[in-house]
Design a protein around this ligand. Structure first.
Ligand SMILES: [Zn+2]
Length: 291
């Protein structure tokens, strides 16, 4: 991937090392995010709670990151800029109306999501529909780099941002509301599986973005393979296996690694943002776990 020709979005706010807001963690005001806004990682709420508890004990430690110039802001602003370019055009072409761009806030330690509660970094990147913002602690990127190795991680990082922007796109198109209807209709034992519709659709939308950005950003086969490896290594089953030693299909929220990579690839190959393509994830005949 080559971002050198890409403009930066003007909608990125860098609040890293801001200090004051982090104190709320020490104050014990920790609102856990619901599945709808939980971001890329499908972290078990109990684990998030433990992590939040750990932060409380630590007294709300906030690193002073003032003057951080690690390239992550530029990187994030360019990727966000690319998603803006792609989705503005797609919204116009598909007759979805004007694309209202999401905001993005970079933070460290924890953040007030401006409508979805206070979130510790441990929840991973996420989107809050109330503020229409993507929240991101770039230390998550550092973890990806360590896992995948340097430049290879670049596209995987972009893919994570595109996934969160996918949540914004589906919010604008009314799919978040549709999920509520599905949950209301579902049998109690299948209710919590329904969130997978939004998660896989967000992976699909990330693929659609990559399809349309491929020429400009020179997204290569290798990039795509790396992103798939990322999806595979952080699919819900892996996360759960790691945290609890076993995985339970009923608890999956984001999809298995196989489902995620297959769905991303489908979006990447077709680039199809039509209503028909997006409806697939909300077809009552599409079983929540067999997409
Ligand atoms: Zn997600």
């Amino acid at each position: 991937m080559d971002l050198s020709g890409q403009r930066e979005s003007g909608n990125v706010e860098d609040a890293r090392g801001g200090g004051k807001k982090g104190m709320a963690i020490g104050g014990g005001i920790v609102a856990l995010l619901v599945t709808l806004v939980a971001g890329y990682f499908g972290i078990d709420p109990r684990i998030a709670q433990q992590l939040a508890g750990g932060l409380q004990k630590g007294g709300g430690k906030v690193q002073d990151g003032k003057g951080i110039d690690d390239g992550y802001k530029t990187f994030s602003a360019k990727v966000l800029g690319s998603t803006e370019d792609v989705w503005e055009k797609q919204f116009r072409e598909q007759g979805y109306g004007v694309y209202k761009k999401p905001g993005m806030k970079l933070f460290s330690e924890g953040v007030d999501s401006e409508g979805c509660g206070f979130a510790p970094s441990a929840v991973g990147p996420f989107y809050c529909p109330a503020s229409e913002k993507v929240f991101l602690d770039p230390t998550f990127f550092v973890e990806l780099e360590q896992k995948l190795g340097g430049s290879k991680a670049e596209f995987s990082q972009a893919y994570v941002i595109a996934h969160e922007v996918g949540h914004h796109v589906q919010h604008r198109l009314g799919y978040s509301q549709r999920l509520k209807e599905f949950e209301a209709r579902a049998r109690p034992n299948e209710r919590e599986n329904q969130g997978i519709r939004l998660e896989l659709q967000a992976d699909y939308l990330a693929g659609v973005w990559a399809h349309h950005a491929a020429d400009k950003l020179q997204i290569s086969e290798v990039d795509v393979r790396e992103a798939i490896k990322t999806a595979k290594s952080i699919g819900d089953n892996r996360i759960q296996e790691k945290s609890r030693g076993w995985s339970s299909p009923e608890k999956f929220n984001h999809g298995t690694d196989e489902q995620r990579s297959r769905t991303f690839l489908r979006g990447f190959k077709t680039g199809d943002a039509s209503k028909r393509a997006l409806e697939y994830f909300f077809n009552p005949d599409t079983p929540p776990l067999k997409l």
